[in-house]
Ligand binder design. Sequence first.
Ligand SMILES: Nc1ncnc2c1ncn2[C@@H]1O[C@H](COP(=O)(O)OP(=O)(O)OP(=O)(O)O)[C@@H](O)[C@H]1O
Ligand SMILES: [Mg+2]
Length: 225
Amino acid sequence: MTNIILQTENLTKSYPLNGVEVQALRGVNLSIISGEFVSIVGPSGCGKSTLLSIAGGLMKPSSGQILLNGQDLTRLTEQEKARLRREHIGFIFQSFNLMVDLTAAENVEFPMVLANRPESERRSWVQELLKRVGLADKANHLPDELSGGQKQRVAIARALANHPDIIFADEPTGNLDSSTAAEIMDLLTDLNHKDAVTLVMVTHAPDDAARAHRMIHMRDGQIEK
Ligand SMILES: Nc1ncnc2c1ncn2[C@@H]1O[C@H](COP(=O)(O)OP(=O)(O)OP(=O)(O)O)[C@@H](O)[C@H]1O
Ligand SMILES: [Mg+2]
């Protein structure tokens, strides 16, 4: 039996703007199988980031359903959603979104603190994750003291902190030069292949998109058939 980790049903989203509604999603139906690597592509403004934010429980849809591991996100309280995100979902953004006052190690540790993991467990797992992303020697660097690729590695390690089932990545290589981008793509592909983490990645880079098991094309707030 195939195990569907994420399913959206007739998702719509409109943003109010100066008294007009911007229709960002117009009925999106999506099914993602556990362990799958899916890329989402489409022109700027077609709704990719909106879809990712809603699927990951960061934003509410205007209508429709999101089932994550069979649980309807639209029926959860904010607190329940925060917990679900913390325990089951990892996010990686184009702009890294690291906390500027925290070191690489502290950034990676932060989600574990929020999840009340014991300190002994946190310390060893942080070391392990930093090693995994090739930054064992940068643990005490602040984000400003890291290159773009290194910052994204920290963000990837942080996304893995609480052993997520699924990672949503929004243009994870968008701010990187091509060789650094290739390294980050290798790391993400590796996570999917070796650790069977489900990966949903928005990208404008055709080569990166082509590395996924399946490519989803969006246009005007819908998935193209
Ligand atoms: N907060 C907002 N208020 C009003 N309109 C918004 C808001 N956020 C996004 N939009 C609009 O919703 C549509 C979808 O935006 P979204 O950010 O999802 O696109 P995208 O596909 O991720 O684009 P890009 O490739 O440029 O990142 C766009 O028309 C955008 O202008
Ligand atoms: Mg976007």
